[in-house]
Design a protein around this ligand. Structure first.
Ligand code: MN
Length: 297
């Protein structure tokens, strides 16, 4: 039976009060392959937009995938990149990077997902890097169209570099035309319904919900759009990620001590994270650590 997860609402540290719908990590599901974080932002009308001042990451890659709106990305490896719907920003934090985000007053809506990919132990201390992809492969399976932003599906392969076996694709399907997507039986998968509603292998999934398929559960995704709107969804997949990680704030490490050190380095403005030159100004200090010991999971 397919597990269906409701997101939790989270306020992010922006200068505007915006709710994020977070599906990963979640009490009911810690990750899908190396996908360890899934935030769904909007759709929202831009009043004063989304502004996130400079903050660090380490031990992960960030994936930004907009459905609507325009966001300006700046980072400490010198990138200055505007991103639009259908485009991918992939930032490899490695041992440390800092970045800021600012939505641009173009159009009236802002709608995106942001994901994190845990870097395997052998790759997590690499130098930071950033890539933008403006033109990603499209796959048509009958009436279903898929835009592949990470990994490969039915021969359509994203050029974006990741470090473990993964899939990330935007799916669009009209109502009344069910389609089947082949899956790898040894992988796990999640389908986030962004707009419309869907029957996923016979289970009804409503907007903002994530359907999770565990390894071995299904050889194919049987998908049918059942709402009045056409279906817009994000399909994530991956080989189960075998390593235990410690995830806190914007960092992924392997031990609590490492996280404590990263927090101190960022708050001391250590050069490991570099400098961000942007129009936002300022930086977000790491919050206090929790009283409980951070544990690997
Ligand atoms: Mn970030």
């Amino acid at each position: 039976m397919t597990k269906v997860i409701d997101p939790r609402l989270v306020k992010i540290s922006t200068r505007t009060e915006v709710n994020i719908k977070r599906s990963l990590p979640h009490a009911a599901l810690k990750r899908i392959g190396a996908w360890v974080f899934l935030d769904h932002f909007g759709p929202t009308v831009q009043v004063d937009g989304m502004v996130v001042a400079a903050h660090p990451h380490s031990g992960l890659q960030t994936v930004t995938w907009p459905f609507a709106g325009v966001v300006d990305h700046r980072d400490s490896v010198g990138s200055s990149q505007v991103i639009r719907a259908g485009q991918l920003n992939l930032m490899t934090a490695g041992r440390g990077v800092a970045h800021s985000e600012k939505s641009q007053p173009v159009g009236d809506q802002l709608h995106a997902v942001q994901l994190w990919i845990a870097l395997p132990d052998l790759e997590r201390n690499r130098d930071a890097s950033f890539e933008h992809f403006g033109d990603l492969p499209m796959l048509e399976l009958g009436s279903l169209t898929a835009r592949i932003f990470i990994g490969e599906l039915n021969g359509a392969r994203s050029p974006a570099r990741v470090f473990s076996p993964l899939l990330g694709a935007e799916l669009r399907l009209s109502t009344g035309a069910p389609e089947t997507v082949p899956l790898r039986p040894d992988w796990e998968y999640g389908l986030l319904v962004v707009r419309g509603s869907a029957l996923v292998n016979g289970t009804l999934v409503s907007p903002d919900q994530l359907a999770y398929l565990e390894p071995g559960e299904a050889r194919q995704l049987e998908l049918e759009a059942t709402g009045s709107d056409d279906l817009l969804a994000v399909l994530l997949g991956g080989e189960p990620f075998a390593e235990q990680i410690v995830m806190w704030w914007n960092f992924i490490g392997r031990t609590a001590e490492e996280i404590v050190e990263m927090r101190e380095l960022w708050n001391a403005r250590d050069p490991r994270f570099g400098e961000v030159i942007d129009e936002v100004g300022g930086w977000i200090p790491a919050p206090d650590l929790p009283n409980a010991t951070l544990r690997a999971r």
